[in-house]
Design a protein around this ligand. Structure first.
Ligand code: SF4
Length: 79
């Protein structure tokens, strides 16, 4: 097993984790997306570090991708 595959989850586990994350995001008003990050330029609609906003800023709140990888940006800084 490759190291990157070690922590991957089944589709059912991904759904359960994302549901739990959505509930916690709402309860605690968690900010983790580009729109709330110091590195995001609203005027240019892009990340000043060159990352794609769509990776962290769009769609329903989630903490896991379809294949179970964690979704987060280690450069996020709350503005
Ligand atoms: S550093 Fe990460 S969270 Fe912040 S704007 Fe760029 S991609 Fe988004």
């Amino acid at each position: 097993m490759k190291p990157a595959q070690r922590n991957r989850l089944s589709p059912e586990q991904v759904d359960a984790e994302n549901e739990r994350f959505r509930a916690e995001q709402q309860r605690y008003d968690l900010r983790y997306r580009c729109q709330d990050c110091l590195h995001f330029s609203e005027a240019e609609d892009r990340c000043s570090l060159g990352f794609l906003k769509s990776h962290f800023g769009d769609g329903p709140h989630r903490c896991r991708t379809e294949d179970g990888a964690l979704v987060f940006c280690k450069y996020f800084e709350l503005q």
